[in-house]
Design a protein around this ligand. Structure first.
Ligand code: ADP
Ligand code: MG
Length: 639
C-alpha cells in the first residue's frame, strides 16, 4: 500500500467520461473546458480491457494483465464486452474457445459465467474490475469522481445496457448516463455544441469489432438514423493476415505451432503500427533455431489487408440506405477506433463516403473525450445543456396468442419515448393476463429476445374480447424499459422495470456486491495493516521504556542503531506502509537484542540480591519487550 493522499476537501468531485471498449478502455474529464484523457505513468491513456485472475485470488487489470494471456489463457479474460448481457445459449458464447464456462444451474440467472481457478465470475464482474481500475486512475488524478458517462455501442440492447450499468454499480460508479459511442465521438468534434445541425457518418474500426452509424443533429438534438457493422471484424484481422503471409514467406506450413503463431501475431501488430507512419518496416521472427526477417512495404501491407478493409463496405452502404441518405449529402465523416489510423482505411473511407474524414482527434481517444464532454454537461458545470437523443436499436413488443409478436415501440424510434396499446382477452371468463415482453424484429416471440414476463391477475370474468387492457411501454434516456399494464374495468395496474432475463437481477447484483472479492481483499489488507501498526507500536513503546530504564547498557554505536530502527519504523507507520512496517518491526526486534540480553543479565543480578521471584519475572518479561503490562504491574506491586 502506498501513501494515502489527502485531498483538498473544497475540491469538487469531477464527472468523468468512460469508453469501456472491447479491446481498450479509457477515462477522460474536462479540464478548463478542454476534454482530456487521464494518462498512466507512461503517459499512455489506454487501459487494455484485459483482466487476469491469479490462483491466489488477486486480479490484475490492463497492461500488466496482458502478460498472463500466454501463461494462463483461460483465466485471463479479453473482450469481455462481447459477453455482456449474454445468456448461456447465445451463439457467441458457444463459439468461443479457451475459456471455461460454468453450466447453467436451476434457479440461476441466465448469464454467462467464466470459471477461473475454481471460482465463477460473470462478465459484469469482469467489466466492473476494468471500471474500478479506470475509477482508481481518475481518482488518483482528480481526487474524487462524482459520476460517469459510460459509452456503449449504438446497437447494444436492453440486457447489454443493463449489464453495463450493473458493472458500474459494482465498481462504485454512479452512472450519469449511458451514451452511444458514435454520439460521443460526434460530441468530441463539437458536433452538437458548436454545430447544431447536420448528418454525420461515424466509422468505428477497433480491434475486433466494426460499427457504422449515421447520426443526425437537428437543433442540437442527436438522432441515430441507422446502425450496422460486423462484430467479428477489426485490427486483429489485419494482424492475422500479416502473420499468415509472413509465416508462409518463412516457409512455415499450417498447422503452425502455438508459439510460432503467437509470436507472429505480436510481430504483425508491431509492424502494422509502424507502417501507419512509415513506408516500410521489417518483420523479424525467431522460428525455433532459425531467424526470419522480411521487409514489408506499406504497399505490400495494403495488399494484405485490403480484403479486411473492404469487408466494411457493405455495412456502410446499407447504413446509408437505411438512413435514406447519399454520401454527398453527409455533412461529415468521423473516424473512431485505433484501426482507422491505418492509411489504407482512411483512403477507403474517403472514397466510400466522398468526404475527407475528420481525423484531428486521436481516434483511440475520441469516444472517451466525447463522453467527458457529456459528463461535464450533465455534471452541471456547464450552461449549455446539449440534449442527446438516441434511437432504439431493436423493436419492443409483447407476445400475443399463437406466439405472435405485437410490436409496441418500433425499431429506430427516438428515445426517451412512451407508447400504449390496448389488448383484450382471448377466452371467456379469463381473469388474468400473461404479459411477455420481447425485443427483436422477428414475427414469432420464440425468435426474439425474451426480456420479461409478468401476470396481471384479478380481472373481472367477462366474455372473451370484453376486457380492455392498456399496456404502456416507456423507454428512458438510457434506453431502459418500463412496462405497465392496466385493466380499464377494475383499474388494476401492475408495472415492471424490465430486468432482462439475460441479465442479472437486483438481488444478483446485491449479492455480488456483498461477495465482492476486491472488497474482501481490501478489507483483509486493511485489517492486516491495522494489526501490524498495533504490534509495531507495542514494540516501539516497550523499546522506549527499556531505553529509559537501561539505556546506559548500550554503547554509542548500538544506541545509534537502535534509534535508527525506531525512526525507520515510525516512518513506516506514518506512511501506512504495511510491508515496511512488518519488515522494520522485525529489524527493530533484531536491533534490540543486545539491549534485551544485557537487561536480562542485569535483572538476574538484581534478583540475586534477594528480590521476589514475581518481580524478577516481571522485569525479565519487560527486558525482552514481551509484555510491558505485566512488567508495569510487577513493578507497582514491588513499590
Ligand atoms: P476497441 O474499440 O475494440 O476497444 P481500439 O479502438 O482501441 O479498440 O482499437 C484497437 C486496434 O487499433 C488494435 O487492433 C490496434 O492494433 C489498432 N491500432 C492502434 N494503434 C494503431 C496504429 N498506430 N496503426 C494501426 N493500428 C493501430
Ligand atoms: Mg472502441
Amino acid at each position: 500500500m502506498g501513501l494515502l493522499q489527502i485531498f483538498d476537501p473544497s475540491a469538487k468531485p469531477t464527472p468523468v467520461g468512460i469508453d469501456l471498449g472491447t479491446t481498450n478502455s479509457l477515462v477522460a474529464w474536462v479540464s478548463d473546458g478542454e476534454p482530456t484523457s487521464i494518462l498512466d505513468c507512461d503517459d499512455d491513456p489506454i487501459v487494455p480491457s484485459v483482466v487476469a485472475f491469479l490462483p491466489d485470488g488477486q486480479t490484475i487489470v490492463g497492461k500488466e494483465a496482458l502478460a498472463y494471456l500466454y501463461s494462463q489463457p483461460s483465466e485471463t479474460i479479453v473482450s469481455v464486452k462481447r459477453y455482456m448481457g449474454r445468456g448461456h445459449n447465445d451463439a457467441e458464447t458457444a463459439r468461443e474457445r479457451g475459456y471455461h464456462f460454468a453450466p447453467m444451474r436451476e434457479g440461476q440467472a441466465n448469464v454467462v459465467r467464466f470459471v477461473v481457478h475454481g471460482r465463477e465470475v460473470t462478465p459484469v464482474e469482469v467489466s466492473s474490475l476494468i471500471l474500478k481500475e479506470l475509477k482508481r486512475r481518475a481518482e488518483e488524478k482528480l481526487g474524487s469522481v462524482s459520476g460517469a458517462v459510460i459509452t456503449v455501442p449504438a446497437y447494444f440492447d436492453d440486457a447489454q445496457r443493463q449489464a453495463t450499468k450493473d458493472a458500474a454499480r459494482l465498481a462504485g460508479l454512479e452512472v450519469l448516463r449511458l451514451v452511444n459511442e458514435p454520439t460521443a465521438a460526434a460530441l468530441a468534434y463539437g458536433i452538437g455544441t458548436q454545430r447544431t445541425r447536420g448528418t454525420y457518418a461515424v466509422y468505428d474500426l477497433g480491434g475486433g469489432t466494426f460499427d457504422i452509424t449515421v447520426l443526425s443533429l437537428d437543433d442540437g438534438v442527436f438522432q441515430v438514423r441507422s446502425t450496422g457493422g460486423d462484430s467479428q471484424l477489426g485490427g486483429d484481422d489485419m494482424d492475422r493476415a500479416v502473420a499468415l503471409a509472413m509465416l508462409a514467406q518463412a516457409g512455415e506450413t499450417e498447422p503452425f505451432s502455438q508459439a510460432n503463431w503467437r509470436a507472429a501475431m505480436i510481430e504483425a501488430r508491431r509492424v502494422k503500427h509502424e507502417l501507419t507512419d512509415r513506408p516500410a518496416s521489417t518483420f523479424a521472427l525467431s522460428l525455433g533455431q532459425r531467424e526470419f526477417a522480411h521487409e514489408l512495404t506499406r504497399e505490400a501491407f495494403d495488399a494484405l489487408i485490403l480484403p479486411v478493409v473492404e469487408r466494411t463496405g457493405p455495412a456502410c452502404r446499407r447504413a446509408l440506405k437505411d438512413a435514406g441518405i447519399k454520401p454527398a449529402e453527409l455533412d461529415g465523416v468521423v473516424l473512431v477506433g485505433g484501426s482507422t489510423r491505418v492509411p489504407l482505411v482512411r483512403a477507403y473511407v474517403k472514397k466510400l463516403f466522398e468526404h475527407e474524414p475528420l481525423t484531428d482527434i486521436d481516434p483511440d481517444q475520441v469516444v472517451a473525450l466525447g463522453a467527458a464532454v457529456q459528463a461535464d454537461i450533465l455534471g452541471g458545470t456547464q450552461q449549455n445543456d446539449a440534449l442527446i437523443v438516441d434511437v432504439l436499436p431493436l423493436s419492443l413488443g409483447v407476445e400475443t396468442m399463437g406466439g405472435i409478436v405485437e410490436k409496441i415501440i418500433a425499431r429506430n424510434s427516438t428515445i426517451p419515448c412512451a407508447r400504449a396499446q390496448q389488448f383484450t382477452t382471448y377466452a371467456d371468463g379469463q381473469t388474468g393476463f400473461d404479459i411477455h415482453v420481447v425485443q427483436g424484429e422477428r414475427e414469432l416471440a420464440r425468435d426474439c429476445r425474451s426480456l420479461a414476463r409478468f401476470t396481471l391477475r384479478g380481472l373481472k370474468a367477462q366474455t372473451a374480447g370484453a376486457a380492455r387492457l392498456m399496456v404502456t411501454f416507456r423507454v428512458d434516456e438510457n434506453a431502459m424499459l418500463t412496462v405497465s399494464a392496466k385493466d380499464e374495468a377494475t383499474g388494476l395496474e401492475q408495472s415492471v422495470e424490465v430486468v432482462p432475463s439475460y441479465g442479472l437481477s437486483d438481488e444478483d447484483v446485491e449479492q455480488m456486491l456483498m461477495d465482492s472479492y476486491e472488497h474482501a481483499e481490501e478489507d483483509l489488507k486493511l485489517r492486516q495493516l491495522t494489526e501490524r501498526i498495533v504490534e509495531a507500536e507495542q514494540v516501539i513503546s516497550a523499546t522506549h521504556k527499556a531505553l529509559d530504564k537501561d539505556g546506559d547498557l548500550l554503547d554509542e554505536d548500538e544506541r545509534a542503531e537502535l534509534d535508527g530502527a525506531l525512526r525507520a519504523l515510525a516512518d513506516s507507520i506514518a506512511s501506512r506502509d504495511s510491508e515496511g512496517i512488518r519488515l522494520r518491526t522485525e529489524a527493530l526486534d533484531r536491533a534490540s537484542v543486545p539491549l534485551a540480553e544485557r537487561r536480562m543479565n542485569r535483572a538476574m543480578r538484581e534478583a540475586m540480591k534477594g528480590r521476589t521471584v514475581e518481580s524478577v519475572e516481571g522485569d525479565v518479561a519487560h527486558a525482552r519487550g514481551v509484555d510491558a503490562h505485566v512488567s508495569d504491574h510487577a513493578q507497582r506491586r514491588e513499590s
